[in-house]
Design a protein around this ligand. Structure first.
Ligand SMILES: [Zn+2]
Length: 298
């Protein structure tokens, strides 16, 4: 069984075919066209070329913003200013196939639950730690969007009194102190000569004390936010994706130390935080999972 998959990102449009095991059979990436109708055209023509003799069960697509997946509508894409775009219908008209959509972070969460670190688990939280910090919730085996598609805004949990002002206007949100750019900025303020968070992690691996302190601080702040997520949803695991996930081994001792005092758990089931098994292509695989049947019912 094969699904068409579209990862409709702000800058890149990734299109592929994915089988029922979550394996990508073929994929292609192009810059995202400026107009939504051109995005639909471009995605549909790439799918037609890839399809060959395969029969597709449908097409799943991520969207770069707030999704109303029941209505198939992209409610709001802040980077583009698009509002109330009937994306499922547009793509369905172009492909002649049923289309389901989800926000990109939610698609990553579903991919990890179906095919990644969370295989066989009903309740999982995915957290992207990258330019921003955002979460996708899979509860009872299904994406949970909330009443308005906003569920999972973990990045705006306040974790310190002293942080920078966040993009949302408040102070001390975890996104403003532990996202990739925030880690880099804090390190620069502390005198480190680094261009980005990757540089901070590299210095920490070399034993630089200031870099190690910065990593400990970021881990502490992430741990505070993750503890809130565990206390609210009691997930089987929290999966970390995004660029910062590559350095999760450095952050994890600090995340776990912080959570020990804050997350309520049973002694035999301490909160589990793991790195993504799917990485860069999680959103594409998750898009396909929207139209592929679940391997089990939660
Ligand atoms: Zn905020």
């Amino acid at each position: 069984m094969i699904a068409g998959a579209v990862d409709f990102g702000g800058t890149k449009l990734m299109v592929g075919l994915v089988d029922e095991h979550g394996k990508i059979i073929e994929q292609r990436t192009v810059p995202t066209p400026k107009e939504p109708t051109d995005v639909a055209d471009s995605a549909a023509s790439m799918l037609r070329e890839m399809k060959g003799d395969h029969t597709l069960v449908g097409v799943g697509s991520t969207v770069p913003g707030l999704a109303d997946s029941r209505a198939g509508v992209l409610r709001y894409a802040p980077a583009h200013g698009w509002r109330d775009l009937p994306w499922a219908q547009m793509l369905s008209e172009q492909t002649g196939l049923p289309v389901r959509i989800a926000n990109d972070v939610n698609a990553c969460a579903l991919a990890e639950q179906r095919f990644g670190a969370g295989r066989g688990v009903a309740d999982l939280i995915w957290v992207t730690v990258s330019t921003g910090v955002g979460a996708g919730l899979v509860l009872n085996g299904r994406i949970f969007e909330g009443a308005h598609g906003i569920a999972g805004e973990i990045g705006h949990i306040v974790v310190t009194e002293h942080g920078q002002t966040c993009g949302c206007g408040h102070k001390g949100c975890v996104e403003s102190v532990a996202s990739g750019p925030a880690i880099a900025r804090r390190a620069q303020l502390a005198g480190l000569d680094v261009a980005d968070a990757t540089g901070v992690f590299a210095l920490a691996r070399q034993g630089n004390d200031v870099a190690r302190w910065m990593v400990a601080e970021a881990g502490k702040y992430l741990g505070r936010a993750f503890a809130v997520a565990f206390n609210l949803f009691d997930p089987e695991m929290l999966v970390v994706g995004g660029g910062v996930a590559r350095s999760l081994d450095l952050l994890l001792p600090h995340i776990e130390k912080t959570m020990r005092g804050r997350a309520i758990s049973l002694p035999e089931h301490p909160p589990r935080v793991v790195a993504t098994e799917l990485g860069y292509e999680a959103a594409l695989v998750g898009a396909a999972a929207l139209v592929l049947p679940a391997p089990y019912s939660a």
